[in-house]
Design a protein around this ligand. Structure first.
Ligand SMILES: CC(C)(COP(=O)(O)OP(=O)(O)OC[C@H]1O[C@@H](n2cnc3c(N)ncnc32)[C@H](O)[C@@H]1OP(=O)(O)O)[C@@H](O)C(=O)NCCC(=O)NCCS
Length: 163
């Protein structure tokens, strides 16, 4: 695989991102049920293309990150949150996730954010190691917040100062 380019998502990425999102679904990171047909659009009013960056390789889109606002409150406008990060299975382990994370942090900083937060499941070792290696620290843990595949799983809150 060549080095993917990270770029803002555009509306025409909808199909590729829908397919990717369904392919990577797993209780390692998803707390919603496995998507079933008929599948909706990837982008909608609550998930506009402007909140996404994609990693594009020669074969197409291989990953994405979503950077949104945790709330619409003016008092919370200095915070951005990672609300999705995924890399196609066959493209993993080659730095794509890290490149998306770095581009996402830069994107948040360019929007004037002082803080970048996220929630990650306690059993998601790969993602937790990636976040920790980029400077995110654990600020809180909601114990046994989700019941997934018959096991209670922690929800870990992490944050990175940007300012
Ligand atoms: C988490 C994810 C985005 C990482 O993507 P990736 O492209 O494989 O990550 P990278 O190749 O950039 O790896 C960066 C770091 O992540 C960690 N990491 C990646 N895969 C790992 C694994 N299988 N086990 C442990 N750590 C791992 C390592 O710290 C790695 O750094 P290193 O290569 O210097 O050891 C990818 O595994 C994924 O899409 N997972 C499913 C969706 C998900 O869990 N999203 C996060 C939701 S909070």
């Amino acid at each position: 695989m060549d080095v993917p380019q990270i770029r803002p998502a555009v509306r025409s990425d909808d199909d590729a991102l829908s397919v990717l999102d369904r392919a990577v679904w797993s209780t390692l990171h998803a707390v919603t049920p496995r998507p079933e047909p008929p599948y909706g659009l990837f982008f909608d009013e609550r998930h506009p293309p402007g909140e996404f960056l994609v990693a594009e390789a020669a074969e197409g889109v291989v990953g994405y990150i979503r950077i949104g606002r945790p709330t619409p409150l003016v008092s919370n406008a200095h915070v951005r949150q990672i609300q999705g990060l995924a890399v196609q299975e066959r493209a993993r382990g080659r730095g794509v996730g890290r490149a998306l994370l770095r581009a996402g942090a830069l994107h948040a900083r360019n929007q004037g954010a002082r803080r970048l937060t996220l929630r990650v499941l306690g059993h998601n070792t790969a993602a937790r190691q990636l976040y920790a290696s980029e400077g995110f620290v654990v600020e809180g843990v909601a114990r046994e917040e989700f019941l997934l595949d018959g096991a209670y799983v922690d929800d870990v809150f992490m944050a990175l100062p940007l300012a």
